[in-house]
Ligand binder design. Structure first.
Ligand SMILES: NC(=O)C1=CN([C@@H]2O[C@H](COP(=O)(O)OP(=O)(O)OC[C@H]3O[C@@H](n4cnc5c(N)ncnc54)[C@H](OP(=O)(O)O)[C@@H]3O)[C@@H](O)[C@H]2O)C=CC1
Ligand SMILES: [Mg+2]
Length: 338
């Protein structure tokens, strides 16, 4: 059922279809019909950004992402003597269970400090706040930033060089010279926890914080299957041959750009587990026992210097999918016969 005609009022349509499906169909309609999306913009709420940094309020150790009403938006744009049409530069990022649309708008062209004092909050770098955001805000802001960045870097058609135009929801851009439609992209990345049956393999890049190790990760090359990327990245980075692998879960990862992390477990033969670290890619890699991992999971996810100047092993925070892979491996070890 496509949202049309008599159902023009979202609330009536929402009452008829109060399921997850109803929200997805409503969002689909906003992406397909600029008129319906314009209506939604006039009754929705806005997450604000300033040059890709989200507007946040710090409450204790947590960051909250305030949703600005369209009335507040219009009043603030009025104070900046900006045309209300600026609202149409926003992108659709979701909706509430009652089908109230959420938009994200980057106000990078306006004076940051004036907005911050007006709305009593701060534009904060997403990477800094990411792990202190609460539940639903982190994925919403992560998708919003990725979408806003994509629009900012795809202003022109890569074939004609002519300007592209976004649709109202911001789900695509079109080059009206030749009709090419551009859709926001994510780069698929496999992240793999390798095991030899009793140990798991973790690695670190020089750019990682001192002492932090994570699972192996790598971008998919064009034309590769996920399985081929896992095998290639493990061979490239630590010189091992994967014998079997299975899918675990996925996660959108906005840093540094928009990656879709596809997490897998992989097994190598215990008798063929001698690591050869590719120093062009990694600073170090090693096998870790269940005891070492359990001990590291009990530690705060931050650098811990030892007396000899070395740093204790610590693991990615629980929001990172690498942490989930490690927890799954621990459960598997604990449940498998000794
Ligand atoms: N959420 C999590 O738990 C974790 C997330 N990650 C993320 O996974 C991603 C990949 O990890 P990383 O080990 O760096 O990847 P790779 O092992 O693939 O190495 C990075 C190299 O991949 C190439 N590259 C960069 N961007 C792309 C792209 N969009 N498509 C194809 N190749 C690309 C570059 O090589 P060249 O210079 O030759 O072009 C770059 O030097 C990173 O963004 C990282 O932030 C990593 C670990 C944990
Ligand atoms: Mg890698």
């Amino acid at each position: 059922m496509i949202y049309q005609g008599v159902y023009r009022t979202p609330s009536l349509w929402c009452r008829l279809h109060s399921t997850y499906v109803r929200k997805m169909r409503y969002l689909f309609e906003l992406k397909e019909d600029d008129g319906i999306c314009r209506q939604a913009q006039n009754s929705g709420t806005f997450y604000l950004f300033h040059n890709l940094s989200p507007f946040l309020k710090k409450v204790g150790s947590k960051y909250l992402a305030p949703q600005i009403s369209v009335a507040e938006m219009k009043s603030m744009l009025g104070k900046f003597r900006q045309n209300e049409q600026m609202i149409e530069d926003s992108v659709l990022i979701g909706c509430s269970d009652e089908c109230m649309a959420y938009f994200a708008l980057d106000l990078g062209s306006l004076e940051k400090s004036v907005i911050e004092s007006e709305l009593r909050g701060l534009f904060t770098e997403l990477r800094k706040a990411f792990f202190q955001l609460d539940g639903k805000d982190a994925p919403l802001l992560s998708s919003a930033q990725a979408l806003l960045r994509w629009h900012d870097t795809h202003q022109y058609c890569s074939k004609t060089g002519q300007p592209t135009q976004k649709n109202l929801a911001g789900s695509k851009r079109v080059c009206h010279t030749n009709g090419i439609i551009y859709y926001p992209q994510m780069s698929p990345v496999v992240i793999t926890l390798v095991s030899d049956g009793s140990r798991c393999l973790l690695a670190r890049q020089a750019s990682f914080p001192k002492g932090m190790y994570s699972a192996l990760a790598g971008f998919c090359d064009v034309g590769e299957t996920l399985e081929e990327t896992v095998r290639r990245e493990v061979a490239e980075e630590v010189g091992l041959e994967v014998e079997s692998l299975w899918y675990s879960a996925s996660q959108h990862w906005p840093f540094p750009n928009s990656s879709l992390m596809i997490a897998c477990h992989a097994m190598v033969q215990p008798q063929q587990s001698k690591i050869s670290v590719n120093k062009l890619e990694l600073e170090a890699a090693g096998w870790f026992s269940l005891e070492e991992i359990m001990e590291a999971l009990g530690r705060e996810p931050k650098p811990l210097k030892q007396e000899d100047g070395s740093f204790s092993l610590w693991l990615p925070p629980k929001w990172a999918i690498a942490h989930q892979l490690i927890q799954e491996w621990v459960k598997l070890q604990a449940s498998s016969p000794a």
